[in-house]
Design a binder for this molecule. Structure first.
Ligand code: THU
Length: 130
């Protein structure tokens, strides 16, 4: 496994520990790596007003974008359950907007699955501004 991917997976596992799964009990950690080597982590953060809850992937993505990192190469997503944690539809769409070429890395207790975002979101919503 290339060193950067190993680093990324480790960071996503660490981020899991900061998760706030107050209502679902489901912990998710994510880490994004930018072209310049910077890592940005995220975890799911829930709220009593349930629709305000934010997924780990979007926390990591928004941290990266808000720190000026736009060349995002890969995102690792880890669940406490040890099963592969496929990103939800909203996160796929959000990733597509800002990092259409990003690699999705899904470690589990059995293996590491690596996919292109295009495989997970073959027909994204694209708004053509007139
Ligand atoms: N969750 C994520 O953080 N990422 C995903 O890709 C799927 C779901 C979170 C949202 C919520 O806090 C919890 O997992 C249960 O749905």
């Amino acid at each position: 496994m290339p060193q950067d991917i190993e680093r990324l997976i480790k960071a996503s596992k660490k981020a899991l520990g900061f998760s706030q799964p107050l209502y679902s009990g489901f912990r998710v950690g994510a880490a994004v790596i930018a072209g310049d080597g910077r890592l940005f982590t995220g975890c799911n953060i829930e709220n009593a007003s349930l629709t305000l809850s934010v997924c780990a992937e979007r926390v990591a993505l928004l941290k990266a974008l808000s720190e000026g990192a736009t060349d995002l190469r890969a995102i690792a997503i880890t669940c406490a359950s040890g099963e592969p944690c496929y990103p939800c539809g909203s996160c796929r769409q959000m990733l597509f907007e800002y990092a259409p070429g990003i690699k999705i890395v899904l470690p589990s207790k059995r293996s590491v699955i690596t996919l292109n975002l295009k495989e997970l979101l073959p027909m994204p919503f694209i708004k053509k501004v007139p």
